[in-house]
Design a protein around this ligand. Sequence first.
Ligand code: M6R
Length: 609
Amino acid sequence: MCGIVGIVGRQAVAPMIVEALKRLEYRGYDSAGIATIEHGHLDRRRAEGKLVNLEDRLRSRPLIGHTGIGHTRWATHGVPNESNAHPHFSDDRVAVVHNGIIENFRELRDELIADGFHFASQTDTEVIAHLVARGLRDGLAPKEAARAAISRLRGAFALAILFKDEENLLVGARNGPPLAIGHGDGENYLGSDAIALAPFTNTITYLEDGDWCALSHDGIDIYDVDGRPVERAMQKFIGSSLLVDKGNHRHFMLKEIYEQPEVISHTLANYVDFVAERALAREALPFDFAGLERIAISACGTAYLAGLVAKYWFERYARLPVDIDIASEFRYREMPMPKNGLALFISQSGETADTLASLRYCRAEGQHIGAVVNVRGSTIAREADIVFPTLAGPEIGVASTKAFTCQLSVLAALAVAAGRARGELSAEAEAGLVRALGEAPRFANQALKLEGQIEKIAHDLSKVRHVLYLGRDTSYPLAMEGALKLKEISYIHAEGYAAGELKHGPIALIDEDMPVVVVAPHDHIYEKTVSNMQEVAARGGRIILITDERGAAECSVNPEHLLVLPDMPEIIAPIVYALPVQLIAYHTAVIMGTDVDQPRNLAKSVTVE
Ligand code: M6R
């Protein structure tokens, strides 16, 4: 969840490290720090809070070293203050930055204290610095000391290590969280992802689990877990796809909401042949939809909710049953899996630890592994048999928006392809659904036009402490997504419920202070949803209804606010209705004055369990 950077350079590297850390701040922003080697000694600047605080500190006291490491933190062990901020030092000879969790740190800490080491922080990371320093004290060469220390660590880590006497050496290691090596000209780089290194290079090598590496100005040596030199493939990234800029928008989240018509269109075009009116016609799949008994989907957060929408689609259009799980539950559930089954994993980052662990469980169970992933080259993408990329571009706002609608676009195309392969959809029915999918970008664009009205609704919501979201069928995951978005960026408590479940408990919450957002396109189940709205209205609940023209015309309740979208084909409603739901959360958060792009306690990429 933290972001790490390292550079063996030929000029003062602190400004470059800051530039890279800005691109990693989405991974955590509790504190930040940089260390460089300056005339044979280690120096560092650290600051609690966001990177701007570290920048202020560097302005008054610059670092001048040519080799350095940097870190932006999402606290796991120890409160987010300056003494817990990375880099951590030992003996003033070794500096370490770390992303992940060292599970055996207590045992190592006790051992190191008994050996005379003094701990200056509450972090698990500090044990790494001391372990390396102990190796040096024992006479090991720096690389050997690093390797010996790494072999003692249990848990998840990506590391970068500096040695005060070695200006031309940077050691990195990976076990779990990703670590990329950037290839430069006379300088080399380490970073948590390719985006961080994009200002310096577009040539990247990802370390594999268990790998460690030694970087110098002119050389990159990679070793596997047994210390054997290994080659890992170089990949080229297209610079423009790595650009990260808010443009004229106030927040990344708003920019990303507005990008949706375009990225949905781009993503659909990758999976749907609009001329032949077929889905996934060009894709060679390593499994046959026709032979599957069921699909297992695992994901977390918003990606899980995309999977939940897909369950309705696969079951409806392909008559293919879907087991969908929150990955953190699935990974320990010991689910028996059918022979040659298909397991699908959905992840924006492609690095979510629980989703990755679920993937590995399914791999061990002999499943075909498919991954719907936004970040190319991510661990989940690399470990899948087939990757269905979402072409959303970099998503920087912690709240997922465009990745969600692109995930839905891919999953809809997959469900339609499955329907055809299983003989459940005629060519004509498939063509109709493909045409419907083609309308999604246009309707998404129209949804954005509701923003003015949504701002008024947000003013009302910003005054309440609780909000209920309701929906049925594919709008039920949308209701949960609305509640998740509102909670995470406005800090207002919200729950998403299946509207039909209301009467089994949550209806007790309804009174005149409870806003109830109802997501209800005029679909095959609309009348049922209207009945549920009646139940809310009869108890004085304040309804905010998101529907379409037919839904508005046929609604027998009087909502406090009404958002009307155009009538649209049922299959694209979850994609399009996501936009007003996102805008409600966004504007409420803006009015509440929260940090929209980097809400408290969260991180974009959750690489710890
Ligand atoms: O990178 P992933 O899609 O695997 O991330 C999963 C969740 O952590 C993510 O969707 C999270 O719930 C978002 N902050 C929601 O907006």
